[in-house]
Design a protein around this ligand. Sequence first.
Ligand SMILES: [Fe+2]
Length: 374
Amino acid sequence: MEKMSFNFHMPTKVVFEEGAAESLVKHVKGTSLLMMCDPFFYKNGSAQKVAEATHIEKVVFFSEIEPNPSCQTVDRAAEIARSNHVDVVIGLGGGSAMDASKMAACLINNEGSIFDYYSTGDKVLKPRDAQLICIPTTAGTGSEVTNIGVYTNKETGIKMPFASEYFWPDIALIDPELTHTMPSHITASTGMDAFTHAIEAYWSVNSNPISDALSISVIKTILENIETACKEPTHSAARKNMAFASVAAGISFSQTKTTGIHAVSFPLTTDFGASHGLACSITLPAFIKLAYNGRKDKMDALFAMLGYDCVDAFINRVEAIMEAINLPTRLSALNIKESDLKKIVEVSMKAPLIHFTPVKVDEDILYDLLKSIL
Ligand SMILES: [Fe+2]
């Protein structure tokens, strides 16, 4: 019999409750708060409401976070946090706000800039002193339960993930009510981002029995709920189920990392303006077909559990859902031409994640995959 051996480490406390954001005072430990959020949540007053719920009097807001947060933005937030002696950082928003909050919180007591630690930087982060609380307002990125942040160097345009044991938030506070204002197209793209987290974790060469159990549950939940969540934004059951799927998928891929889909998503966001979820979902059906070859037994078991008799039946269902929620499955939707593929392949192959795909992916294989969905 094959031996079973794995590690599972997820130190973040998960608080999942409708209305949870209103009872933040129970969770915060500090006297000076930096509230980092998407501009939308500052303008509509949500960030202020969440900050009030902490009962902390000294609050600084930082709402300049752009999609695909830049290293330069993170450095600015850290500087503000240092000068205000911040000891609690809240990241409220989608993946961008939460990712930015992870690095900014660490930089408060780590001297210098993000560039000293990230990419080719040679300094090593010391343990973070400030409390870090991540509160997602979308259901997809799972950043609230991972130790990964993705940052873009504005000067070079290069987007790379960075992982640190000090990036695990102390608390992931999931309040499905916060997702009710999310527009349909963001519900669709972020929801399918969570789907790719779950399925990539499932087929990843790093998968383990706990991540598998989470992934199976997520895949089923998203297939059953994403259309309703997109079409009926205040449908509480669908929103609650999608919020659960997002956090469970995040916990799953926090253990396994993602694979080829996410590796290819990086150039699609930086060079072709796709949102992260769109950049992931657009290659999803093609990657299911490819990864299936490396995981036939395991994927067949998944399809059987979900009621599909073969890989094509599953792919057809995924494509039908994507069509129903207006997500493209052809690269032409991003104005990508055959002449762009070489560069996309080159950049994607540099991401170490590509090698966690359960089949060998080389430049030719990836080129052919992308060409098949032009
Ligand atoms: Fe993702």
